[in-house]
Ligand binder design. Structure first.
Ligand code: F1P
Length: 609
């Protein structure tokens, strides 16, 4: 959840670290800090708040050095204070940044206090600093001390450690939290995400689970969890987006909403051929795996979970294969039944979400036949650990509230429906309809963005409300859930979503003129049922906002505002109807003055439980 950047160079590295932190700030943003080594020794600067507070403080203090580590934090252990911000220092010589949770931190803390170490923070991370410092008393090198220390850590970590007694060397260790080494010429870097390092390099080496590495200006040495020297593959990043900039947009979220036609086009590119979905979009071996699939189990969190919910409707209706979906944090701790020939599908923007990754690992243990990850990050743990992967190619998503990742996941899941359906008697005609609908999607999304001004004008009607209710039926029910999630994430308005058939089983009691009801109403076979639900709300004095198919014949009146959308094939309607809901939450948040890209208490990549 937190962001890590490190650099060792002949030049001064403070600006590289700060730029890296800015690019990672979306991951965690309650405090930030940086430790630098220069001729005077170790210099640390930390601030509560955004990276710009840190940058101001660093400028005032003239902070700089030829090696450094930096961190932007999303608090887990210990409140948001300067003392709890990273880096944590031991004995004024050794500094540590850490992403993850050290689960045995209490016992280690007691042990280290017994050895005379005094703790300056409430964090779990500080134990790493003192533990490595203690191990350095008997180990020949900083690397050896870290190797001894990590054996005593339980939990998850991606950590970078430096010590003024071995200047110019960064020791990195990975277990459960990603870390990447960036290669320069006569200088090297580390980060929790390659995005942070794109201004300085495109050459990367991803560490694997259990790896510990020594990174200095001229040399990189990597060791596996047993301490054997290992080589890890070097990759060249072709990340296309200038994810560092908002361009003409006021927020990343708005930019990412508007990028959706392009992102979906990118996702489809080269993957639809002659009315068929190209199986190699899922990676080598897809044919052999899909032909045996009898059951699909989807696991995901948050917005990605909503994409999976839509896919369940598609897979059962069109592919004719049974499908379950579960929130990853539940799946991983439940004793679930494994159906024969089951494919485990994880859906994740980042590919690093701790619960989803744990679910994937569990599935292998409990006998799932195969696994597929629908993911936006090709170098992520989920992609690397799954048998198959579908890359959504949405480009870097910076806004914490997921937008283009969601719509590209849906495009990928519709392709999966066709790919699996082929082995379950789905007709060529349905597959051709799917590919036709998908091909039309970028243009339809573009057209749908045309209602931006209308939605912006609607937003003031929500801004003073405390509660709201989203309704949908069938595969639009998850879209209602996604709309409610967006609104609560960025505008902090309480929003609930219901399958509208459930209204009379409880939520109708809440209806009054102060709780706007948002309805998604494409023109499908459930339209008449949905219209009855609308009448139930109207009869109780509710005020509705209906996003409706132009042909569905909804008419605005004093209790109902109809926002018409163009007719689209029912297959892609969930993707299209997502857009107005994203825009609505965005413009409501603007009026409320919240921090749209970095809403309070949240973080982009949830790499801790
Ligand atoms: C899951 C997720 C996102 C949400 C937020 C927190 O992430 O819940 O859907 O927008 O960023 O994490 P992922 O597994 O899709 O990366």
């Amino acid at each position: 959840m937190c962001g890590i950047v490190g650099a060792t160079a002949e030049r001064r590295v403070a600006d590289i670290l700060l730029e890296g932190l800015r690019r990672l700030e979306y991951r965690g943003y309650d405090s930030a800090g940086m430790a630098l080594l220069n001729d005077q020794g170790l210099h640390t600067v930390r601030r509560v708040g955004k990276v710009k507070e840190l940058a101001n403080a660093a400028e005032e203090q003239g902070s700089n050095g030829y090696a450094g580590i930096a961190h932007t934090r999303w608090a887990t252990h210990g409140g948001v204070t300067e003392a709890n911000a990273h880096p944590h220092v031991s004995s004024d010589t050794l500094a540590v940044v850490h992403n993850g949770i050290i689960e045995n931190h209490e016992s280690l803390r007691k042990q280290l206090q017994g050895l005379g170490y005094v703790f300056a923070s409430q964090t779990d991370t500080e134990v790493i600093a003192h533990l490595v410092h203690h191990e350095m008393k008997s180990a020949p090198t900083l690397l050896a001390a870290v190797q001894k220390a990590v054996k005593q850590l339980e939990g998850a970590y991606g950590t970078v450690i430096m010590d003024q007694r071995e200047p110019g060397e960064l020791i990195v260790a990975r277990s459960g939290s990603p870390l990447v080494i960036g290669l320069g010429i006569g200088e090297n870097f580390v980060a929790s995400d390659q995005l942070a390092l794109l201004p300085v390099t495109r050459e990367f080496i991803y560490l694997e689970e259990g790896d510990v590495a020594s990174v200095s200006r001229q040399k990189i040495a990597i060791f596996d969890h047993q301490g054997n020297a290992v080589e890890r593959e070097q990759i060249t990043s072709d990340m296309q987006y200038d994810a560092g900039g908002k361009g003409e947009y006021r927020h990343f979220m708005l930019k990412e909403i508007h990028e959706q036609p392009f992102a979906v086009r990118n996702t489809l590119e080269g993957r639809l051929l002659d009315g068929k979905v190209a199986l190699d979009a899922f990676g080598p071996g897809a044919d052999a795996i899909f032909k045996d699939v009898q059951h699909v189990q989807i696991v995901a969190c948050g917005t990605s979970y909503h994409a999976g919910m839509v896919a369940r409707y598609w897979l059962e209706e069109y592919a004719g294969v049974s499908c379950n979906i579960e929130i990853a944090s539940e799946f991983r701790y439940r004793k679930s039944h494994v159906f024969p020939n089951s494919l485990l599908v994880t859906i994740s923007q980042s590919g690093e979400t701790a619960d989803t990754l744990a679910a994937l690992r569990l599935a292998k243990e409990i006998g799932y036949q195969s696994s597929l990850s629908i993911c936006n990050v090709d170098s992520s743990s989920m992609v690397r650990e799954s048998d198959l992967a579908f890359l959504t190619r949405a480009g870097a998503e910076i806004g914490v509230a997921s937008t283009k990742a969601f719509t590209t996941q849906l495009a990928g899941l519709l392709m999966l429906t066709a790919a699996i359906g082929r082995y379950h008697g789905m007709s060529d005609a349905i597959e051709a309809r799917i590919t036709k609908a998908l091909s039309s999607l970028p243009a339809k999304l573009e057209e749908c963005l045309g209602i931006t001004t209308e939605i912006e004008a609607l937003a003031p009607e929500f801004a003073d409300k405390d509660h709201s209710l989203f309704l949908g039926r069938g595969n639009q029910y998850p879209i209602a859930m996604e709309g409610a999630l967006k609104l609560k994430e960025i505008s902090y308005i309480h929003a609930e979503a219901y399958a509208s058939g459930e209204l009379k089983h409880g939520p109708l009691a809440l209806i009054d003129a102060d709780m706007p009801v948002i309805v998604v109403a494409p023109n499908n076979e459930l339209l008449e049922k949905l219209k009855s639900n609308v009448e139930e709300v109207r009869a109780r004095g509710g005020i509705m906002y209906v996003f409706a198919d132009r042909d569905a014949n909804f008419v605005s009146d004093e209790s109902m505002r109809v926002i018409n959308l163009a007719h689209v094939d029912e297959l892609i309607a969930p993707i299209i109807y997502t857009l107005p809901l994203q825009l609505l939450s965005y413009y409501v948040a603007i009026i409320k003055g919240t921090d749209v890209d970095q809403p309070r208490n949240l973080a982009k990549s949830v790499t801790v439980e």
